[in-house]
Design a protein around this ligand. Sequence first.
Ligand code: PEP
Length: 253
Amino acid sequence: NFMRKPLVGTSWKMHIHSIYRGEALAEAMHRSVGHIEAVDMFVLPTFPLISKVANKLKSGNIKWGAQNICIAESGAFTGEVPPLSLKELGCSYIEIGHAERRAMFGETDKDVYKKIRLSLEYDMTPVICIGETEEDKREHVGNVRVHTQILWALNGLQIEEMKKIILAYEPVWAIGQAEAASADYVENIHGYIRSIVEKEYGKDVAQEIRIIYGGSVSPDNTGPLTKQENVDGLFVGRFGLSSENFYQIVKTT
Ligand code: PEP
C-alpha cells in the first residue's frame, strides 16, 4: 500500500545468549541491510545487549529497541527495566505482549495497556503483539480474542498516538512452526483488525496504521505474505538470527 511504508523487524528473543555473538550479528546486519531505505527495519536484542547493538547500528537505517518494558516509570520493581533507561539507550521500538510473555510470565491485557502508554510517553513506538491461540482457533473464538486484545491495547489512545503504534498480528499456533499461517488467512485477519481500528478511530487512522505479521516468517513465505493488501510488513523470529536470511526477507518485502 502506497500510504504505508513497509516495516520488517526481528526479535532475537533469548536465542542470542552471548553479548559477543550479538555484537557480531548486529555488525553483520548493519553491513547487509543497514543501507536499505525502502523498508523500515528494527532489531530487538536482550536488555544487556542493547548498548552494544546500538553502537553497531547507529550510523545506518536499522533501528533498535527492547523486547519488554516495565509497567511503571520507577520504584520498587525488582528485576524490571525502566522506560527512561530504554529511551536513553536510543530505543525506538518496544515489543509489548508477545505470546511468550503472556504465556510464560503471566502478562495480561491490562499490563499490555500500561506498557503501551509508557512507551508512548517516552516517545518509543510500541509493537503490540496480538493473536489467537491454537485453542481459540479450534473453538472458533479467534476473532473474539483478537478483538479483546485490540480494545485493551488501544484504550484511550489519541489519534496522533494511534498513527505511531505498530500492530503485530502473531497467531500463537503459527509461532515457532515449520510453516507460517497462509497468506489468505493472514490477509483476512489483518483486514478484520483494520476494520476494528476504522470503527474506533475512523478511516484515516485505519489507512495509516501499520499491521505486520509474525509467526514462522522465512525468505520463502515473505513474497506471498507481503503481497497482501493489508500486510504492511513482517515480524521475524528465527530467520532474523542470520544476516543473510534477514537480508532476503527485507529485499523480498
Ligand atoms: C515470534 O515469536 O514472534 C516469531 C515470529 O517467531 P518465529 O519467526 O521464530 O516463529
